[in-house]
Design a protein. Sequence first.
Length: 316
Amino acid sequence: MPTIPNSATGAIITGWGTALPEKIVTNDDLSKTMETTDEWIRERTGISRRHIGGSTASLSIESARKAIAMSGVDPLTIDALILATTTPDRAVPATSSTVQHGLGLRCGAFDINAACSGFVYGLVTAHGLIAMGMRKILVIGTDTLSRITDWTDRNTAILFADGSGAALLESVSGPGQLLGWDLDADGSLEDLLYCEIGGKLKMEGKEVFRRAVRVMVDSAEKSMKSAGVTADEISLVAPHQANIRIIEAACKRLGIPMERTAIVLHETGNTSAASIPLALFDAADNNRINHGDNVLLVGFGAGMTAASAVIKWHKP
């Protein structure tokens, strides 16, 4: 289990932004094209509607511009751009290059593909780069899963959607916000959720559910132990927004009540790498997080990846 060196340069989030496509697809809309109902979907997933449209680059640029504006930093002083996505706009080049150009940045840019765990992977990576001397890093989680969803498959079409969330991190003197973290993967489980190049998403739903709860709890417990905090000391959990039942089961095992959980699933569906920042920044915008609160970010994704981090919230 990793331990953050006391001598490491820390970082805090000084700006954030989100983006959702204008087009909304409700459960009733889906019931017109497949055998399902609004009640059936809500009971099994917690989802009422989802946003569809846009490209990974366009949504990333929109959320990132908001994050940069909120932070007040000069875009030309940003040292790196990390884009977490499993749906790049092209095979080559990385979509982060497109986003970098669209934002007018002059810095290193690269994609991370850890599926739904991607934003936390990116957040931890950014803290590592800052510990090595960088000062400002833009971390974006964006996915446009509608492009790889089979809209005739009731098992997957009711779940997936598009969205983006971005955070601007700046170095600080002292330890910063990251208290503990965990990154994990089990490639032997990759066939539970996958998409071939040029294909559509395939998922073993029941097995994903069973494994997801286990890996989320395991990762969260590792991060809390690394951070030296207990479940009672977590003010808010921002979990991956995959399924309300998965979130409820994981939080129950962790001993964290649902009222301390950030949920946007009903409005956004599963937006993969965008889901944790969408939930986190919705909570921040609605004053559900106070300065100094301990916040747990935790998710799982295809691969099967898992990631979590405990951060001490800094209110800009």
